[in-house]
Design a protein around this ligand. Structure first.
Ligand code: FE2
Ligand code: FE2
Length: 315
């Protein structure tokens, strides 16, 4: 059995060579707990994120829109499952992580604490929220932890479909009647700033960033990712014929990027601490759905037990 120092050296050498850490490899406890926290928060976000859009499945404006939205929301459930499975390779169970979420000890992305007031919100979520998610997740495909990185490859492919469908909803509305266009603009006005907050606090105030970058879990800083996102959506908003609600948004030729106005970090903190418009409703719905699904979990366990008895008796 090699000494810890030797194992730690091997771990650092794997990172330095830009190779992957796999579940059976030795890893520092901090690396493991950081990953569990991040992957669990990501998984919870996928699952809670089904609520704001699920709210519109029964009210989608056409059969085609409904079918697309059902597929999208189901994809998010799938993302949650891949991510819980990735977290389980680190020695925790999905049931434990679910309990931590329900007890308020783990978080999900604050963006899902905002309400979906109109059909245009489904478009704004797809374009901006899934767009911000892709921006965040593309670098995660190169994350140092193998199971997380591999899960991200498929998730990103599905996210680009999500972004495309949101953009297309907004395009249709913004090229429709003046009321439809106003509805699209109103949704954009409400979702734009929260989507910028999705990248987390500014680099100078981000507590976990430096460590995560050294461990190659995170490849780009919060501010770098936010900048990429803004640079991507400005021309897209122009093509939509909609206005991003930031009068200070200007092209900075020197930097080769768009400069944006100040973000309201007080709002971010308020929502993060549980005082957003929908925090209580989201968690209440989640706990209720979990309780109502108990019979499904019990049935699955009973079925698995019966199968294993049958397998033993056949053998
Ligand atoms: Fe997703
Ligand atoms: Fe998505």
């Amino acid at each position: 059995m090699p000494e810890t120092a030797e194992l730690a050296e091997r771990f650092e050498a794997t990172l330095a060579a830009d190779q992957r850490i796999e579940p059976r490899d030795w890893m520092p406890e901090g690396y493991r707990t950081t990953l569990i926290r991040q992957i669990a928060q990501h998984a919870h976000s996928e699952v809670i994120g089904m609520q704001p859009e699920g709210n519109w499945i029964s009210r989608a404006p056409s059969l085609k829109r409904k079918a697309i939205l059902v597929a999208k929301v189901q994809d998010e459930a799938g993302h949650g499952l891949y991510l819980y499975s990735a977290a389980e390779t680190l020695g925790v169970s999905r049931a434990e992580l679910t309990d931590l979420l329900h007890d308020g000890q783990q978080k999900y992305s604050s963006i899902f604490n905002y309400p979906t007031l109109t059909w245009a919100d489904v478009g704004a979520i797809g374009w901006l929220v899934d767009g911000a998610a892709i921006t965040n997740q593309i670098p995660l495909c190169r994350c140092s932890y193998g199971p997380y990185a591999r899960a991200m490859v498929r998730v990103c492919k599905e996210e680009s479909f999500h972004q495309r469908q949101g953009y297309e909803i907004l395009y249709t509305l913004s090229h429709g009647s003046s009321r439809q266009k106003a509805m699209a603009q109103d949704a954009l006005d409400r979702w734009y700033w929260p989507s910028l907050m999705m990248f987390g606090p500014p680099d100078a105030e981000s507590t976990h960033s430096a460590r995560s970058m050294a461990w190659r879990i995170k490849r780009l800083s919060n501010d770098e990712l936010r900048q990429r996102f803004v640079d991507m959506i400005v021309p897209q908003a122009e093509a939509l014929g909609l206005t991003l609600p930031d009068p200070q948004l200007t092209w900075n030729a020197e930097r080769g990027h768009y400069d944006h106005g100040p973000i309201d970090w007080e709002e971010f903190t308020r929502v993060l601490r549980g005082h957003g418009p929908c925090n209580a409703a989201r968690m209440e719905h989640k706990r209720r759905a979990h309780a109502e699904g108990a019979w499904v979990r019990d049935a699955a366990v009973a079925y698995a037990a019966k199968r294993s008895v049958e397998a033993v008796s056949v053998a």
